[in-house]
Ligand binder design. Structure first.
Ligand code: ZN
Ligand code: ZN
Length: 143
């Protein structure tokens, strides 16, 4: 399957080619709320090699739990696009709201739900954790 996305101004475009629908999860932590200016971050875990980026991105690097994360945004309109982390070197984590058709995507896990905004009601059947799950538990939920 193929997904396309872009920043708000359109100078950076993204194409993802994947055999299966990549794992999609929502993070309700304070950093994701601040960084998105919204209720949660919506993240798609993709193999780095599956993501094609056209256009110039501006990057911001920061340390997080002894790992280094590089955030990529459009260099013009500053829309956040994806990040890379030394914790998962061959992956890119896409901000899924930039993708065409994202209204049809449903997260398969919610993390940091102890910070979830109270008006947001989650389906009881979807995997959820109060904070960050262990990598093993998360991988099991993502299938
Ligand atoms: Zn842009
Ligand atoms: Zn988060």
């Amino acid at each position: 399957m193929r997904f396309t996305g872009q920043c708000r101004c359109g100078k950076v475009t993204i194409e993802i080619v994947a055999e299966q629908f990549p794992p999609l999860y929502a993070c309700h932590c304070l950093n994701c709320q601040r960084w998105s200016g919204s209720a949660f971050g919506l993240h798609m875990l993709t193999a780095a090699s599956a993501v094609q980026v056209t256009g110039e991105t501006a990057t911001f690097e920061h340390e997080h739990h002894a790992q280094s994360s590089t955030q990529h945004a459009c260099g013009t309109c500053h829309t956040r696009l994806f990040n890379e982390t030394t914790a998962a070197p061959d992956m890119r984590v896409l901000r899924a709201g930039i993708l065409a058709g994202s209204e049809g995507f449903e997260p398969i896990a919610h993390i940091w739900t102890k910070r979830k905004q109270p008006w947001l009601v989650l389906s009881g059947t979807v995997a959820q954790w109060d904070e960050s799950p262990t990598p093993e538990a998360f991988a099991a939920a993502l299938g």
